[in-house]
Design a protein around this ligand. Structure first.
Ligand code: FES
Length: 151
C-alpha cells in the first residue's frame, strides 16, 4: 500500500460513473487521490483480464462502476459486468487475494456526491484489508526474477 493509502482502480462507464466522477469534481467534492479511473464506453466492455491485470500491476482494490440496473445504454452491459465481477470475486477468493477487493457499483450521472462517497468508502474498506498480497509477494521477491539472473 502506498504512502497515500491503498491504490484503487475504478473502471467507469462513460455515461454514468465517469460523468458522476466529473460532477463530483465540478462540485468540488473531494475523494481519495489514490483512486485512478479508467474510462469505458460501457461496463459491458470490461474484460476480466483487465481487472486481473490491475491486481497483477499492484492495485489493492478494483471497482467497476456502471449505470443503474435497467439504464445501461447498451441494454445489459452492466448486468454482464455484474456477472463477471461476481465470478472474479470467487476466483480472487480462491486464489487467496480476497474477493472483497473487487466490487461492482451502479450510479447515475447525477450522483456526483454518491461517487465521492463510494470512492471514500471503498478506499477505507480496502485499507482495512491490507495490501494486495500479490504486490507484497512481488516486492518481497525483489520485483520478479531479475535478481536471480546471471551466474
Ligand atoms: Fe453504462 Fe452500460 S452504458 S453500464
Amino acid at each position: 500500500m502506498g504512502k497515500g493509502g491503498p491504490t484503487i482502480v475504478g473502471f467507469c462507464c462513460f455515461y454514468c460513473a465517469y460523468a458522476a466522477a466529473d460532477l463530483a469534481g465540478v462540485m468540488r467534492l473531494s475523494y481519495p487521490p489514490n483512486v485512478r479511473l479508467v474510462l469505458l464506453p460501457c461496463t459491458g466492455s470490461v474484460d476480466p483480464v483487465y481487472l486481473l491485470r490491475a491486481f497483477e500491476e499492484g492495485a489493492d482494490g478494483v471497482f467497476v462502476a456502471g449505470c443503474l440496473e435497467g439504464q445501461c445504454h447498451y441494454q445489459a452491459g452492466n448486468l454482464h459486468a455484474r456477472n463477471r465481477v461476481r465470478y472474479l470475486k470467487a476466483l480472487l477468493e480462491e486464489a487467496g487475494i480476497g474477493g472483497e477487493r473487487l466490487a461492482m457499483v451502479n450510479l447515475s450521472s447525477a450522483q456526483g456526491p454518491r461517487f465521492a462517497e463510494l470512492a471514500a468508502e471503498f478506499t477505507r474498506h480496502v485499507e482495512s484489508l491490507g495490501p494486495n498480497p500479490l504486490k507484497a509477494a512481488r516486492e518481497g521477491s525483489g520485483h520478479g526474477d531479475a535478481g536471480h539472473r546471471g551466474s
